[in-house]
Design a binder for this molecule. Sequence first.
Ligand SMILES: Nc1ncnc2c1ncn2[C@@H]1O[C@H](COP(=O)(O)OP(=O)(O)O)[C@@H](O)[C@H]1O
Ligand SMILES: Cc1ncc(COP(=O)(O)O)c(C=O)c1O
Length: 311
Amino acid sequence: MSSSELIAELERERDRRVLSIQSHVVHGYAGNKCSVFPLQLHGFEVDFINSVQFSNHAGYEHVKGQKLTEKELEELYEGLTLNNINNYTHVLTGYCGNVTFLQKIADVVKDLKKKNGNTTFVCDPVMGDNGRYYTPKELMPVYRDLIIPLADVLTPNAFELGELTGSPIETEEDCLRAVNELHAKGVKTVVVTSGVTGAQTNESLRCYASVKGSHVYRFTFPRLVGQFVGTGDTFTSLLVVWLDELNGDVSEAVKRVLASMQCLIRKTSSYAQLQVDTNSRAMCELRLIQSRKDLLWPPTCDQIQVEKIGQ
Ligand SMILES: Nc1ncnc2c1ncn2[C@@H]1O[C@H](COP(=O)(O)OP(=O)(O)O)[C@@H](O)[C@H]1O
Ligand SMILES: Cc1ncc(COP(=O)(O)O)c(C=O)c1O
């Protein structure tokens, strides 16, 4: 690399700074513990605010900890504003504990976008999965009416997509219709991470990506054994990376994200099989650190199929 290329690369790296508002867990991986590391590996600066600080994620029998209030979020953001250090290329949000906190996030996003019209808002509307909520149900109308109209990129699973658009997502047609409703509300890129039951089998899962007024893609990839927490948060952070790196090429970006996710989950699943204790086998923490090379350099994976299914 020549010195001018090196300088250009360093300038570019300086340009990418994410404000990530998600949960923190002391032990294990969920929320910011899943997102910050992959982003940093790829050279992004990450300023993170922990919406909650819990001992561990909700898959354990006991969860202890604290929730940040909207007043505390406002204070932190005020400090950034007063020092004029609230300069972000991206704002990323995930798990939120309550309605007023989520409403305050909308104010923060509006202010960041007012300051820099190019700030990309990537929102994972974390509410639940497989037909049930694991956050307060009252968050849904706040996501639907206040947050979604501000989002540039949205990464719901099928359950969340159905809740946000008012009817369950069982088939690919349901999914594409609901995605178009989100586009109509102004969201440019929607990636449905999983859960369209009619489109999945025992062996494979599907994910969909759609860009407003442009293409829709279907991704089919192997379903791996086990149940994992933090996969959605890891997925979304890698999507931030690759959409930026590939200037919005969503089909290649999602393909690379899925390639890393397959490696991460394979590693996690194999490790889980080695545990003697059945509890740790059933609920194994993501092997995120051990998968660092796969997060940084997603290997080519012929088991991921990409098909253009719209426009
Ligand atoms: N059992 C699994 N087999 C293969 N990939 C999985 C599995 N569980 C999760 N993933 C990967 O993680 C991604 C996000 O998972 P998902 O469960 O949709 O997130 P969320 O936590 O938001 O519901 C999926 O798109 C997929 O790539
Ligand atoms: C504290 C916390 N944050 C975030 C999540 C979301 O995790 P996922 O990426 O699997 O949607 C969970 C899920 O249980 C959680 O307990």
